[in-house]
Ligand binder design. Structure first.
Ligand code: C5P
Length: 234
């Protein structure tokens, strides 16, 4: 497979076209941003961890019947994926109060939710990824009603699978952000699943083992990303 021109560069990843029209190459960078790009930095080897962790989780999900864009790992920072057309929605699923929801609703962080909460944000940097609902998705024409139903159902199923899996690795899945894309005539899971877009707390100590270490200057950022990957590989 040959890497051709850069198609898209995001904050943490680059996407390249390839000589195969239905396959892209994703390169994971060490760049880290937070608060919609206001805070910038690098986390040494974050790209390696996120690439490998995403590969592990995409393969697990595929085995559990969740189709996704992952095809294969190419090297420590790159994976081959299906050429999905990303739907500009961030799907957030929460199991425990934290982050922006805790702030918005005046909740303490760390309160288990009686049922999982699903939120949509409009993926739009200029607008700061505003929270939206099904009606906003409809009027903006971001996805069809049927696609929204598939996305909701699939996201909750992914959350169930990952919650169970992380417990076996001594990690608690507090919340996560998913993105979906159109491929052939289907809507499939895309983007990445890593400490950049999941909140993971140590099962016993509740220590934060995710990007909040970078966002909140908690220290040991590199070491924590490595530790998460190490646990997944055990
Ligand atoms: O900040 P907030 O509490 O809304 O984040 C919820 C979850 O979504 C967290 O796991 C966070 O890492 C992820 N997220 C993300 N990209 C964003 C916003 C949030 O991956 N732009």
């Amino acid at each position: 497979i040959q890497k051709l021109e850069l198609l898209y560069e995001g904050k943490a990843k680059k996407v390249y076209k390839t000589n195969h029209s239905k396959q892209y190459i994703v390169t994971y960078k060490d760049d880290a941003t937070a608060f919609n790009g206001e805070k910038k930095g690098t986390v040494l080897n974050k790209g390696v961890v996120n690439n490998q962790m995403s590969a592990i989780l995409f393969q697990l999900l595929e085995e559990m019947g969740i189709e996704n864009h992952f095809i294969q790992l190419l090297n420590d920072r790159e994976m081959l994926v299906k050429s999905v057309e990303i739907i500009p929605l961030e799907v957030i699923i929460r199991n425990v109060s934290a982050g922006s929801m805790a702030k918005r609703l005046g909740l303490e962080e760390g309160i288990p939710l009686i049922s999982s909460v699903l939120e949509f944000s409009y993926k739009n940097d200029e607008l700061g990824d505003p929270l939206i609902n099904d009606d906003h998705i409809e009027i903006l024409g971001l996805a069809t009603k049927k696609e929204v139903e598939i996305i909701k159902y699939t996201s909750l199923k992914i959350n169930e699978i990952l919650q169970q899996f992380f417990i076996t690795k001594s990690l608690k899945l507090i919340d996560l952000k998913l993105e979906f894309g159109r491929y052939e005539d289907k809507v499939i899971l895309a983007d990445e699943i890593s400490p950049d877009n999941c909140r993971l707390w140590d099962l016993k100590t509740n220590e934060k083992m995710d990007k909040d270490r970078f966002r909140r200057d908690l220290g040991n950022v590199e070491e924590t990303y490595q530790e998460v990957l190490k646990r997944l590989n055990k």
